[in-house]
Design a protein. Structure first.
Length: 165
């Protein structure tokens, strides 16, 4: 039986192999976002709304400043998104108890239902892909994704994962 290529051999990918990987990422992202995009389009929302809803659900009571940091968007951009989500009854914004300048964000029941619907669609797609690829490929995929993150993003990603434990 032929030996699997060593990790050292994988370090020397051709430009063509890298281009194929880049294109695969673009098409995979389109597939990954297609289901939520269809749901959001019926509500005149976009991906920025989805990202905000996702991370508010992951960190209930999070401060606006924390969400700005996670999403890496401008305050003006986030305020526009949050304003519509609050006005439409999906997000509740509360004044901080120790610092009245802070705004703490939580999803309303309606917001949690939308988040479940969006996440269920993505989880189904990922579950099928992971099952098809197998456990070794899943571990490798996660390793590659983390390696592509800038150090600060990786720190935020790990902090988010540790917060849930």
């Amino acid at each position: 039986m032929p030996e699997a290529p060593s990790s050292e051999a994988l370090l020397f990918l051709t430009d063509e192999q890298l281009r194929q990987g880049i294109e695969a990422m673009f098409f995979a992202y389109r597939g990954f976002t297609a289901d939520p995009d269809r749901i959001l389009a019926t509500m005149a929302y976009g991906r920025a709304h989805h990202r905000a809803i996702h991370f508010i659900a992951r960190c209930p009571g999070t401060k606006v400043s924390n969400l700005l940091n996670i999403l890496g968007v401008t305050k003006q951009s986030l305020n526009r998104v949050l304003r519509t989500l609050v006005e439409d009854g999906l997000v509740e914004s509360r004044v901080g108890q120790s610092d009245r300048r802070e705004r703490h964000l939580t999803l309303t029941e309606e917001g949690r239902a939308l988040e479940r619907q969006l996440s269920d669609a993505q989880r189904a797609r990922m579950r099928a892909a992971y099952r098809n690829a197998g456990p070794q490929a899943v571990a490798g995929f996660r390793t590659v994704l983390e390696a592509m993150m800038d150090p600060e993003m990786r720190r935020q990603y790990h902090a988010l994962r540790e917060a849930e434990q």
